[in-house]
Design a protein around this ligand. Sequence first.
Ligand SMILES: CC(C)(COP(=O)(O)OP(=O)(O)OC[C@H]1O[C@@H](n2cnc3c(N)ncnc32)[C@H](O)[C@@H]1OP(=O)(O)O)[C@@H](O)C(=O)NCCC(=O)NCCS
Length: 253
Amino acid sequence: MVFIRPYQESDFEACAHICRATLPPSLSTTPITAKLAPYIWTHQYTLLSPATCHMLATALAAPTSSPSRERYPSYIASVLSTAVAPPPPLPPPSSSTQEQEEPFWIPDDTTLTPSGTAPLQAKKPNPAALIRLAYDPRKLLQLTDSSNSNAPKSLSSQGWRATMHIDLLPAYQRRGWGRRLIDAYVRSVRASGEDYGRGAWIGIAPDNAGVVQFYEKVGFRLVTPSTPSAVEGEGTGGGGEDGIHMVIDIAQA
Ligand SMILES: CC(C)(COP(=O)(O)OP(=O)(O)OC[C@H]1O[C@@H](n2cnc3c(N)ncnc32)[C@H](O)[C@@H]1OP(=O)(O)O)[C@@H](O)C(=O)NCCC(=O)NCCS
């Protein structure tokens, strides 16, 4: 029988497996990004916000709410640093902070044309940037705004303070479980006692744009991307500076 149940600590490895098994091509085709993925899109939520994580029978689905900045260091200490070495320190600030960091997208050499050059659109996430993202909750959870006061505020600053991620193994997709899991997630966020503000935001990798229709059907809507500086390392659901951003309003309990 298939059913939704709360996340348990013993689901840790299953969550990692299912996160990796459902990655979009930009992340699944490189071993290092596939290894890193659950440390960016799964484990911090199940560790820091288990009450809003759910499993679908033996298959993972882990809609999760945003762990707070205050609790994030415990994720780094107990999970992330045991599997992924921290990034090197950044050089001291200069005139442009953004230029000092690794670019989020790098050319994908595996798609070289016969002439030996990468097609213009061929790019993949940069493992160094992913590691920095995993170690930086300000970016991962979009807690910071651009220093440019004309730029739009991050979605978190605009009030959608929760975030989530959902993955279903292919055998469980398109059978209504995604909708039920989002419903369970929304209910658990309302019951969490956390300050989730207006609701939840998500980021979607550009090569996974097909899922926008799913999110629209279950209550999300597309929004203008938040500030480039806040999303240069992308958001929880994926995306980078080209990522797609959506929000769902969650009424106060
Ligand atoms: C995206 C995902 C969570 C959707 O869950 P699901 O169980 O397959 O979706 P449901 O069966 O609950 O579908 C709900 C509605 O969305 C629609 N839908 C689901 N996936 C869709 C898609 N890829 N494109 C268009 N519509 C979609 C369904 O047809 C259904 O519509 P209806 O209510 O009119 O019948 C699941 O397919 C999945 O885990 N995919 C791989 C990982 C992934 O991409 N995760 C999201 C990362 S941002």
